[in-house]
Design a protein around this ligand. Sequence first.
Ligand SMILES: [Fe+2]
Length: 196
Amino acid sequence: MAKNSLEAFIEGIRSTWGPLTTEVVERSRAQLVDLVKAPVTEEWLASLHEAAPAYAELYRDPTHGFVLLAHTESAGLYRPPHDHGRGWVIYVLQQGEIEMGSYARVTNADGQVRLVKRDTTIVRPGQAMVYLPGDIHDTRCVSGPALLLRFTARDLKKEDQENHKVTRYVERDGIWTVGKTCSLTGRALGLSVKHE
Ligand SMILES: [Fe+2]
């Protein structure tokens, strides 16, 4: 029996987990939206507000591999466009406001890759954004401190640093494009963005 909202969330996700489907995404989104309705007196949430960590791992599932992270962001923090490799991700906001842009990757006739921005959404508390494999987005905290929960279907650090499946984009002459890549690994070079 769950003792608090975080434990109820974990139990709920575990009980309905499976391969990526519309239903799994929708159930996960609904449970994340419920999670940020938790009273701020619950210890896990109170401590996040108090410590305001830039990065905190709240849960990692030993069986299914999903991970729940928390990020506290200050107004103005920008995370450039990226995808999540083979992973899918749901962001839900507990506090503050974050602008999230969505992009498509297109290749010109001359082979140049560029991103085209599809739209921008101001994400507010209680609102969730879903990014499926291949989706590209950026984030900008517009009202802080923001508390963002990030649910990832797999460990994105591994996906990035060990499997090199995460693509990050750089701005060059006003165009978001791919960075230079290492000829041996195919991995982008010269990028220092840590968040995915
Ligand atoms: Fe992301």
